[in-house]
Design a protein around this ligand. Structure first.
Ligand SMILES: C[S@@+](CC[C@H](N)C(=O)[O-])C[C@H]1O[C@@H](n2cnc3c(N)ncnc32)[C@H](O)[C@@H]1O
Length: 272
């Protein structure tokens, strides 16, 4: 398989569908990765033409992951992470950020995209003191996810539940809310919710047409939400400072270039 018609690393397993753009691979393309196909690059370029800041959104989302996970593993003392909607392995994956601070951190990754599954071994490079695991599962089935965590995570102790750029693939807001509630109800007090989500607020109205194009040409279908809807995912939790903000504005270190404000909300909240 060549760079022109296939991914840069590894062969496509038979279940990988390459006649339609898939989110994990297009996200990888926007992040400058090579694990994508012509169909993904074509749709990715078309979306960029309609909504030029999409690449900034993807990079800001990853930078938010780095800052939030470093905070959780450090100051907040978290040692267990459940990262649902992992995406294709890239630089600074959750276990690398967490274990750089806390080498004994344990991480379970979850995604339902067969291309991510094919590259999951790159997510399983734990430090010798910690552990990583990969689950091929759907966020819309939290019962199965929770039932599979026992090998790696102890739900009697706090867990950071990471949902970055994934609830936007659950179109029904009540269903998305109930998924978050189910996951957070199952973990101990002191657990955290870490979330990013696209919005048409924060200057993101230009994304409306691009999302329509996406839904006609790619999979899975995506939806934007308002700040109020996104805030409702954290109901009953204590949202940490600086609140629900553009993810590029969340706890940027003094002297660090935050880049532009992007139309992607980010929040970290603690279960009391
Ligand atoms: C926009 S990417 C975000 C990747 C990573 N969390 C990040 O922030 O860089 C969304 C990921 O969610 C995954 N995904 C979408 N719908 C899903 C579902 N129903 N169940 C599990 N994973 C899903 C996609 O395969 C993709 O890898």
């Amino acid at each position: 398989m060549t760079r022109e018609d296939g991914p840069g690393r590894g062969a496509a397993p038979s279940e990988v569908v390459t006649d339609r753009a898939h989110n994990a691979r297009v996200w990888n393309y926007w992040l400058g990765g090579e694990d994508n196909y012509l169909v993904d690059r074509a749709v990715g370029d078309q979306v960029t033409a309609m909504y030029p800041s999409i690449g900034e959104v993807a990079r800001a989302d990853r930078a938010f992951l780095g800052r939030s996970v470093a905070y959780l593993a450090g100051e907040a003392g978290m040692r267990q992470f459940l990262d649902i909607g992992t995406g294709l392995p890239t630089a600074e994956n959750t276990h690398e950020v967490a274990q750089a601070v806390a080498p004994d951190a344990r991480i379970v990754y979850v995604d339902n995209d067969p291309t991510v599954l094919a590259h999951a071994r790159a997510l399983l490079t734990s430090s010798p003191w910690g552990q990583t695991e990969y689950l091929d599962a759907d966020v819309r089935d939290p019962g199965t996810i929770l039932g599979s965590l026992g090998r790696t995570l102890d739900l009697e102790r706090p867990v950071a539940v990471i949902l970055l750029g994934i609830l936007n693939f659950v179109p029904d807001t009540d269903e998305a809310r109930s998924i978050v509630r189910r996951l957070l109800d199952a973990v101990a007090p002191g657990s955290h919710l870490v979330l990013t989500h696209p919005t048409l607020e924060l200057g993101g109205s230009g994304n409306e047409e691009a999302m329509r194009f996406w839904n006609e040409n790619a999979t899975p279908p995506i939806t934007a939400r308002t700040g109020a809807e996104i805030a409702s995912f954290a109901e009953g939790l204590d949202v940490l400072e600086p609140g629900i903000v553009s993810c590029s504005r969340w706890r940027v270190a003094p002297g660090e270039d935050p880049g532009p404000e992007v139309a992607q909300f980010g929040l970290v909240a603690r279960k009391p």
